[in-house]
Design a protein around this ligand. Structure first.
Ligand code: XIL
Length: 672
């Protein structure tokens, strides 16, 4: 965003068409097909709206090979043991959440979904529970356990295994004996589901079991009767988890029938703990195909990452060998989902992906969602340059506010977009950020320091930190990233302005991007360990003519793909703002055009529909809705959303008093 000083000049931005013809680079399509073949499990599963997950052990999160595969391949995580009763409530009423928190916080920050496993199970149950002899005591202990654990992670778990393995093996089709069954009778499962629904109404509630994959098995039929009965009586149940711990033969021939029969009862089905002795390629492919053939089979989780991580390590049942290399079953699994495996490399670095984003975009825009809320001391004309994260069940939006006295920042939060207009606006000049020129914020959680960062422009590139994003008074006073403007910027900026600072990190480095309103995108680097200090080696990351590469850059990691996305705001031949896009396989790499022209823009009035009225012709400075909230700035590969500034096309006058408002674009040409 251009600073206050430039009052008036911006009215000259309605350029002569002739001048622009030379400025706008024609779009060279990247050649990426619209039907995308991804090269990782999670990204490919996402193409059909599914997830591909792994069981994760907190104790292995320090192993870089392990986390490298986890973050590259999987977009859902199940704590392998950390949420079980013996881990969370070892003694009555004393809850321990450290290891589960570690997994949950890590996954949530990266936009990986979470399965909760498991609340009520006869195994890994502390003795103090199994030795209870009184039904009322057990009932209240069970309800308290469910409520406390679910509350802890409320809003962050997509599916909970409420009850695990309650049915007996063999031909009875009945419940197995357990302290729950023995004291509370058949009704304990129903009781657990009802308690769970109250504790976290947004989570899907699953019954999870093994040896229920064969439609002809008595155990399968027993579970089926229970689910049918629950649905008939309105007992809250949303899904059935089929563990799928298979022998070398893989799934039974009737597996697809089982999945579709459960689904026909009106529940989702999920493959929750997949592993197959010796990992035969066809057994894995058959399992995946069965799921893909059932619309309500919403995702697959493998029970561990490398063979050496498996609870069945002796049978080598997983997709990666003990060195972290892809096994043949990895290829057959990805191929069965329609993806394209890349050639194995000797090390664990990410192979280059097929493009995970399409090369054309179309959008539908909301009406105006957020407008200024002036108060006695803030006479605001426009709200601009939004940055947004979804965290703890809420959208947290920071934006510039423009008035005749200059620029400052505002913060608001709300649980969904329908609430955005009624949210309270907190002016951040009342925090230690202080009054004066502060604009174009960017927010993210810097996981290594467990701290929120707000990056913004003050003439320098500045930042404040806050341990609690929802506390508007918690921000620290501004600090600068640079001692002064780097030489290379000074040499290239011409009559432009140094604006729109943007930080993104990979696992080793953090990069600071900025613009100069003069056709240059700059990039500096520091290490993850040194951040926020040490930004150096400033280079020109991209260049074009002034209006074709103007300002307001965003850089993101595409989830599950080895792909980064760059957006830069341009000024079109009609004088209106729009976004161009590029991709790269590394943050420090060169950028290839994706949708980067006026006729094939990333987002411009000509690829946006306005069902509630064309309130703007500008699609200007904004921010993608991310799938996580940490410094990796991860976005989903599909169903993109972009929060942007627009304004009444008839408005004119002083640039800094223009009536900018915020609206939301939702992608309409997503392939998944
Ligand atoms: C297993 C874990 O993988 C092991 O680490 C642990 O020692 C025992 O439990 N069904 C389930 C899972 O629902 O929780 C089990 O996980 C495997 C069988």
């Amino acid at each position: 965003m251009n600073p206050l000083k430039r009052i008036g000049r911006r009215r000259a931005s309605v350029l002569g068409l002739a001048a622009l013809v030379a400025l706008v680079t024609p779009g060279t399509a990247s050649g990426a097909p619209d039907a995308v073949k991804a090269s990782t499990l999670g990204a490919q599963a996402a193409q059909s709206g599914r997830y591909f997950g792994a069981a994760v052990a907190a104790g292995r999160l320090g192993d870089g090979t392990y986390t490298g595969i986890l973050d590259r391949e999987f977009n859902s995580v199940t704590p392998e043991n950390e949420m079980k009763w013996d881990a969370t409530e070892r003694s009555r009423g004393q809850f321990t959440f450290g290891p589960a928190d570690q997994i949950v916080n890590r996954a949530a920050a990266r936009g990986q979904r979470l399965r909760g496993h498991t609340l009520v199970w006869h195994s890994q149950l502390p003795n103090w529970v199994s030795s209870i002899t009184d039904a009322n005591t057990l009932r209240s202990v069970m309800n308290h356990h469910i409520t406390t654990v679910m509350n802890r992670y409320k809003g962050r778990i997509h599916s909970w295994d409420v009850v695990n393995e309650a049915f007996a093996d063999g031909g009875s089709g009945q419940h197995r004996p357990s302290v729950f069954q023995n004291l509370l009778g058949n009704g304990f499962i129903e009781q657990a589901f009802r308690t769970a629904r109250t504790a976290d109404p947004a989570a899907k509630l699953c019954y999870n079991d093994y040896n229920i994959e064969d439609w002809n098995a008595a155990k399968t039929q027993g579970v089926y009767r229970m689910v049918r009965d629950f649905k008939a009586r309105g007992v809250p149940i949303d899904c059935v988890g089929l563990q799928a711990h298979f022998g070398a033969g893989g799934p039974p021939a009737s597996f697809r029938t089982t999945l579709s029969s459960f689904a026909a009862l009106g529940v989702d089905v999920q493959i929750t703990e997949l592993d197959i002795a010796q990992a035969p390629t066809t057994a894995y492919a058959n399992t995946v195909r069965a799921c893909l053939n059932v619309a309500r089979c919403t995702g697959i989780t493998v029970w561990g990452i490398r063979d050496s991580d498996s609870w069945r390590a002796g049978e080598n049942p997983l997709l990666f060998d003990r060195n972290g290399n892809k096994k043949p079953a990895y290829g057959s699994t990805l191929t069965a989902m329609g993806g394209t495996p890349t050639t194995q490399r000797a090390d664990t670095s990410s192979p280059r992906s097929a493009a995970a984003l399409p090369s054309r975009f179309s959008w539908s825009s909301s009406g105006t969602l957020i407008s200024p809320k002036p108060d006695a001391t803030h006479n605001i004309a426009g709200i601009k340059d939004p940055t947004v994260v979804r965290y703890n069940g809420k959208y947290h939006v920071f934006a510039s506010v423009a008035s005749s006295s200059g620029y400052n920042l505002v913060y608001l939060n709300f649980s969904d977009w329908s609430q955005a207009g009624s949210a309270t606006h907190h002016y951040l000049d009342r925090s230690a950020i202080g009054a004066g020129y502060r604009a174009a914020p960017q927010v993210f959680y810097y996981a290594p320091q467990r701290l929120w960062y707000l990056v913004y422009q003050t003439g320098n590139a500045s930042y404040s930190t806050n341990p609690d994003i929802s506390n508007p008074n918690g921000w620290s006073a501004p600090r600068h990233f640079y001692s002064s403007m780097p030489d290379i910027i000074r040499q290239n900026i011409g009559n432009g302005y140094w604006v729109d600072m943007w930080v993104i990190c990979d696992s080793a480095n953090c990069y600071l991007f900025s613009s100069d309103d003069n056709g240059h995108l700059y990039r500096s680097r520091t290490s993850v360990g040194q951040f926020p200090n040490g930004f150096t080696d400033t280079v020109i990351a991209a260049r074009d003519s002034k209006y074709a590469l103007f300002e307001a850059s965003n850089v993101y990691k595409v989830q599950g793909a080895d792909q980064y996305l760059l957006l830069v705001e341009a000024i079109g031949s009609d004088g209106r703002r729009y976004f161009r896009s590029w991709t790269s396989s590394s943050l420090a790499g060169s950028w290839t055009q994706l949708a980067a022209s006026e006729s094939n823009p990333f987002a411009r009035a000509n690829n946006v529909s306005f069902p509630s009225g064309a309130w703007t012709r500008d699609v200007s400075h904004g921010e993608m809705i991310r799938s996580g909230y940490d410094q990796t700035l991860t976005i989903p590969a599909c169903r993109l959303q972009y929060l942007y500034q627009g304004m009444n096309p008839g408005a004119s006058g002083d640039y800094n008093l223009l009536p900018w408002r915020l609206g939301l674009l939702t992608q309409t040409n997503s392939t998944c």
